[in-house]
Design a protein around this ligand. Structure first.
Ligand code: C2O
Ligand code: CU
Length: 496
């Protein structure tokens, strides 16, 4: 080390450096060793491109990100002229560690304005990527630097907040992974899956995002090509019985992913805001738009055989099962490595403190879809579509109990920017196991309740359905935290 040769003038920094070095060595010694069982190249068929960190400081991740049109092959011979981050679909995986500063030099080379929203990250409003509210839109040829701390370990994602039903559907989305160096899962065989879809014709021309008019908006438009990390039906290799950690985000603008792995089990260990209080097991896994799921799978089968990961039919309202079919989305191919018969997931438990119910301010919310007026549908929150809405209000430090009644015949994955919430039952008791959410599905004709504390990050924050057609069709609003200027929304109403 260079500092070892320093003169007496550098003695203090040297001591400091030694102390820091000792501390980091100790931390490394305590971090659980990560075991690997996966065959070589197991994820070569699915692996995401990663953003390149240009900053040598270990606590800063600094990247360049450019939005531009590019031809992308999603299946052999199937090319689409998509809107991309850095020329690929999905955008690059941004890998950070909890507490890092993330600096993103964003450049817009599209022929339209855009922004980048960092879905789920508890950042300051200036970095939230909402045009007209937290920043001006980034026009064609312009740049914007996003710069914030990633305070919580989990999987997040990024996407535009300008005409998002169009821009996300065109291909603008990517994953942001915030790792915890002391992660208790202890598994090296980990991979991230960005699930999405895209629609285009035989010439590779993107589908019209307004297809079907306002009825198309109500159904929620899905693209015909279902993608796992930008590919149709890729293959993941597996050693029989070996555990794999899958970190999943649904980046589709409307499609729900109701996942089945030939009946095999998913062990859910975390969701939007990181690990849950304790793991739960299920044979089917619902991932609605905007949500993240952190699961362990242990696919079993004979050497040389295959399993299929399928998106099953899920009824999210009329039109969502009637005209659709089960989709095979990924192949799991077993290698002839000897099976792993003994594996015990380390004890994963996390202490989470729910926001206090006592004294929480009730916030009643109702979603409706009134009968058409002038041949046009619009979703409404408390009687108005977003372009007529006033913000909800919250004081800094206030805890609120939101009761969101979905009085429509369609599911709505409800997302709030900037703050995690905890889902509770009719009595206000948190649903077990405890977990932080930023997006929760509210099935048709049901009510969801959650507790949220607005910490000291004043600003006007968006809330909306993450079926992005629904958001642009009215199901969007804001909550004004603190007493800044009253901003209603940064989005234009649809042109009729
Ligand atoms: Cu994924 Cu307004 O958010
Ligand atoms: Cu919706």
């Amino acid at each position: 080390m260079r500092v070892a040769r320093s003169s007496s003038a550098l003695r203090l920094p040297l001591t400091l450096a030694a102390a820091l070095l000792a501390a980091s060595t100790a931390a490394r010694a305590q971090a659980p060793a990560r075991v690997s069982y996966a065959p070589a190249g197991w994820d070569a068929g699915t692996k995401l491109r990663e953003a390149v960190d240009i900053n040598p400081d270990p606590n800063i991740v600094e990247i360049n990100l450019t939005a531009k049109v590019a031809d992308v092959e999603v299946a052999p011979g199937k090319k689409v002229t998509a809107w991309t981050y850095d020329g690929g679909l999905p955008g690059p995986l941004i890998r950070t560690k909890v507490g890092n500063r993330l600096i993103v030099h964003f450049k817009n080379e599209l022929d339209a304005s855009t922004t980048v929203h960092w879905h789920g990250v508890r950042l300051n409003i200036e970095m939230d990527g909402v045009p007209g509210i937290s920043q001006p839109p980034v026009k064609k040829g312009e740049t914007f630097t996003y710069d914030f701390i990633v305070p919580d370990a989990s999987l997040y994602w990024y996407h535009p907040h300008v005409l998002s039903n169009a821009q996300v559907g065109f291909g603008l989305y990517g994953a942001l992974l915030v790792e915890d160096p002391d992660d208790p899962v202890g598994l090296a065989d980990e991979t991230t899956f960005v699930l999405s879809d895209i629609g285009f014709d035989s010439k590779g021309v993107l589908e019209d995002p307004e297809s079907g008019g306002s009825a198309g908006m109500v159904f929620g438009r899905e693209g015909a090509y279902v993608l796992v990390n930008g590919r149709t039906r890729p293959t993941l290799k597996a050693r029989p019985g070996a555990p794999q950690r899958w970190r999943i985000v649904n980046s589709a603008k409307s499609r729900f992913f109701y996942l089945d792995l030939d009946g095999q089990e998913f062990t859910l260990i975390g969701e939007d805001g990181g690990l849950q209080a304790s793991p739960t097991k299920s044979s089917i896994l619902l991932v609605t738009p905007g949500e993240r799921k952190d699961v362990i799978v242990r696919p079993t089968g004979k050497a040389g055989s295959e399993l299929t990961l399928r998106a099953m039919l899920y009824n999210r309202g009329y039109g969502s099962i009637e005209y659709r079919s089960v989709e095979d989305i990924m192949t799991i191919a077993f290698t002839d490595d000897p099976p792993v018969t003994k594996y015990e997931l380390p004890k994963i438990s996390r202490t989470l403190t729910p926001p206090p119910l006592a004294g929480a301010t009730p916030v009643p919310v109702v979603f409706t879809l009134p009968p058409q007026e002038a041949g046009h549908n619009e979703f409404r929150i408390n009687g108005v579509p977003f372009w007529k809405a006033q913000p909800f209000k919250a004081k800094i430090g206030e805890t609120q109990l939101w009761t969101v009644k979905n009085d429509t015949d369609f599911d709505h994955p409800f997302h709030m920017h900037g703050f995690f919430f905890m889902v509770v039952d009719e009595k206000g008791a948190p649903v077990q196991p405890l977990v932080w959410k930023d997006t929760v599905n509210i099935p048709l004709k049901t009510t969801a309740r959650f507790l949220v504390t607005f910490d000291n990050r004043p600003g006007t924050w968006m809330l909306h359905c993450h079926i992005l057609d629904h958001a642009e069709g009215g199901l969007m609003g804001t909550v004004q935290v603190g007493d800044g200027p009253v901003l209603t929304h940064g989005h234009e109403p649809p042109k009729k």
